[in-house]
Design a protein around this ligand. Structure first.
Ligand code: R1P
Ligand code: URA
Length: 335
């Protein structure tokens, strides 16, 4: 679907696909409903449905069943936060931030046998794992929720229950820092990512040290990057793809240079300084760096790359709508 078509009503109506995965929260994508109705239905449906699908054991809190404080796994081999065990997670993982996105993409998976349901597990911590076949190949979609600590749970706990080498791709959303990137662009972190952190000591000591620090880059896997660029180009055309360095921030607000709230963040110059330090920088988000860093430290066990849909234009102050994001989520036919 051409990304350029985002802003026309005609494209908005027919494009969302019916989701028939058993969670039944797909009503949130009903294309012809009024916005306020959709939101109400989402809340009602989601809360009710989620209560019925959260694994009862996890929801009750399994901590007393865990013997190993170093890497807690219960008697069935389920990890503490994702709640999955061996056989439930594939070695090809698509990591997405939100449940909406996971369900939308899960529509492309098939069960292990014809007519069989997809494997799904929603942990008591809110991580959703969906495993099925994509064109015959086992794939897991796992929600990372938000931030580097949550990416840490996803990657380490998936690694613990998967045999052999893993490939992890993050499909996120991000802020685009400069044209030609625009709302809906596919931002591929082709050289990799840096990490931006707020340093509380700058407030504590007030001695002139910087309030925000930036790491050196970590690389993405070049082979996965090549595949991502090819798939995004096929999906949205060459103009929809922007390659460049990503910056992963430790917050959505202060460390991404969002100003004017109730806090003294000293962050007015953050974006400018980042772009001066890293001229290849094109995007800001919250997980990619940590995924790439874990892959680097995985002793060859994990290959990783990331791409994000530009949800914010930081240079023009525009933000994408939820419907527009849904239209951008790629399905990569044939890849
Ligand atoms: C903030 O709105 C969230 O959106 C981005 C950021 O990295 C952060 O997690 O990615 P996702 O849409 O994948 O969550
Ligand atoms: N996600 C982020 O982390 N930042 C943005 O600006 C948009 C999405």
């Amino acid at each position: 679907m051409p990304v350029q078509a985002l802003h026309t009503r005609q494209r908005l109506a027919p494009a969302p696909r019916a989701l028939d995965v058993p969670l039944h929260v797909h009503k949130i994508y009903a294309p012809r409903r009024r916005r306020h109705y959709v939101i109400k239905a989402t809340l009602n449906t989601t809360v009710k449905q989620l209560k019925s699908i959260i694994d009862p054991q996890t929801a009750k809190g399994q901590s007393s069943d865990f013997a190993n404080a170093n890497f807690p796994v219960d008697q069935e081999g389920r990890t503490l936060h994702l709640g999955c065990k061996r056989g439930e997670v594939a070695n090809r993982i698509l990591s997405v931030g939100s449940m909406d996105r996971a369900l939308m993409i899960a529509d492309q998976l098939q069960g292990a046998e014809p007519g069989a349901p997809l494997f799904q597990h929603l942990s008591g911590r809110g991580f959703l794992t969906i495993t099925g076949l994509y064109q015959g190949t086992p794939v897991s979609i796992i929600t990372t929720l938000m931030g580097m600590p949550n990416m840490d749970f996803v990657v380490r706990e998936a690694r613990a229950v998967v045999e052999g080498q893993m490939a992890v791709i993050r499909l996120g959303t991000c802020g685009a820092l400069r044209p030609p990137a625009k709302l809906g662009s596919f931002m591929v972190a082709s050289p990799g990512a840096v990490c931006v952190r707020r340093d509380p000591d700058a407030w504590t000591f007030d001695d002139g040290r910087p309030h925000y620090t930036v790491s050196a880059p970590v690389p993405a896997d070049p082979q996965l990057v090549q595949l991502l660029v090819a798939a995004c180009t096929e999906h949205g055309g060459a103009d929809s793809v922007v390659q460049g360095l990503d910056a992963t921030a430790d917050s959505f607000y202060s460390s991404q240079g969002r100003t004017g709230g109730h806090f003294e963040d000293v962050n007015e110059a953050v974006i400018e300084q980042l772009m001066a330090a890293h001229p290849q920088l094109v995007s800001l988000e919250m997980e990619t760096f940590h995924l790439l860093d874990l892959a680097r430290c995985s002793r060859g066990g994990i290959k990783a790359a990331a791409f994000c849909i530009a949800a914010a234009e930081r240079y023009s102050n525009r933000f994408i709508s939820k419907e527009q994001i849904q239209l951008c989520v790629p399905f990569f036919p044939g890849s």
